[in-house]
Design a protein around this ligand. Structure first.
Ligand code: TXA
Ligand code: MG
Length: 319
């Protein structure tokens, strides 16, 4: 990945405008929330979202939390049932993330890792709110740390891990909460806790008027293998294919003449990651269960590791 100069921006109107301009142009701006610093990208831009994974060095595509400025924006992205409406009314803005049915096409497919659900929260931090207002749209953001490292609660921590890998960090001082948001699967019939965090479970239970059980394995798509089962295409998938058979649709990478689709004709892994989920879905649709999908070799470097991880799951034998 390219080395860049990471700007430190002040948390004033000028810094927020600059941070939003970077997001609008498809770049990455880290920003403070009340929980931890987030590494933000325009949630509607697949290439920008792919850069998050590249900058963090994530070995696989975990679904990300979408940050919104208002309930209106959230409702454009996800379907709110009674439980979600109740919890949002009580805890937003604040450190609570709701997992809800995604409105198809509302955010880049990479944000939800191709799932039919999406995680959303409205942060309370004035700098986060200012950035979202300046952009005027949703921001996808995981914690702003390299994969496998602890979450940052100061701008200096962000730079320690990501200096030269992101465009900017807005310095808003120390985060008040310091642990990530609580994540709730806000289902009307069986709501459950997916991750403990900044809002106490007891407080959520008090509002719901019933216990909030811990979500089972099946509710946690971050667990390896789980995502694959949500996502496995109907078509049989074969990897590292340079010469597809007549019964296969070819998904290319780099110079692959005759490919039905190409993740990146110029061999750019960021572009390939951005296209992965949508092209896979499109080919699966074309295949109509009668043809297989053959995927060209993808180099096992940078984002290629995450892409290959995903592809191996898709190609794994089905139960
Ligand atoms: O406080 C926070 O939540 C911080 C700040 C920046 O907002 N963000 C954060 O993001 O902790 P991250 O990427 O480190 O954690 C996101 C979690 C992951 O564990 C992921 O599995 C879960 O959210 N998640 C995202 N989308 C999901 C979905 N559709 N279903 C279930 N879990 C989801
Ligand atoms: Mg994290």
């Amino acid at each position: 990945m390219s080395q860049k100069t990471t700007q430190t921006l002040a948390p004033d109107a000028q810094g927020l405008a600059r941070g939003a301009d970077i997001l609008r142009a498809g770049g990455l701006t880290a920003f403070p929330t009340e929980t931890v610093y987030g590494l933000g990208a325009d949630a509607t831009n697949d290439t920008a979202v792919a850069r998050i994974f590249e900058a963090k060095g994530r070995p696989r595509f975990n679904p990300l939390i979408v940050h919104v400025a208002s309930l209106d924006v959230a409702q454009d992205i996800a379907q709110f049932g009674a439980v979600a409406t109740l919890l949002a009314a009580h805890f937003w803005p604040g450190p609570l993330t709701l997992v809800l049915p995604l409105r198809p096409g509302a955010v880049a497919p990479l944000v939800s890792a191709g799932l039919d659900s999406v995680a959303i929260r409205m942060p309370a931090h004035p700098v986060a709110q200012g950035l979202l207002a300046a952009l005027g749209g949703p921001v996808a953001a995981p914690s702003a740390n390299p994969s496998g490292k602890v979450s940052p609660t100061r701008a200096e921590h962000v730079l320690e891990g990501l200096d030269g890998r992101i465009d900017a960090v807005i310095d808003g001082g120390a985060c008040a909460v310091g642990v990530e948001s609580t994540i709730v699967l806000a289902d009307d019939t069986a709501p459950c806790l997916l991750r403990p965090g900044g809002v106490a479970v007891e407080d959520i239970e008090a509002v719901l008027g019933r216990p909030l059980p811990v979500g089972g394995e099946s509710a946690t798509p971050s667990a390896p293998g789980q995502l694959a089962s949500h996502y496995a295409p109907d078509a049989a998938v074969r990897l590292n294919v340079t010469a597809p058979t007549r019964n296969e649709l070819w998904l290319g990478f780099g110079d692959c003449r005759g490919a039905q689709m190409n993740l990146s004709p110029k061999g750019d892994l960021v572009e390939a990651a951005a296209n992965l989920f949508q092209m896979f879905r499109a080919l699966d649709l074309f295949a109509e269960g009668s043809k297989g999908i053959a995927v060209a070799p993808i180099p096992e470097t940078g984002l290629g590791r995450a892409i290959n991880d995903r592809l191996r799951r898709a190609a794994a034998p089905r139960e």
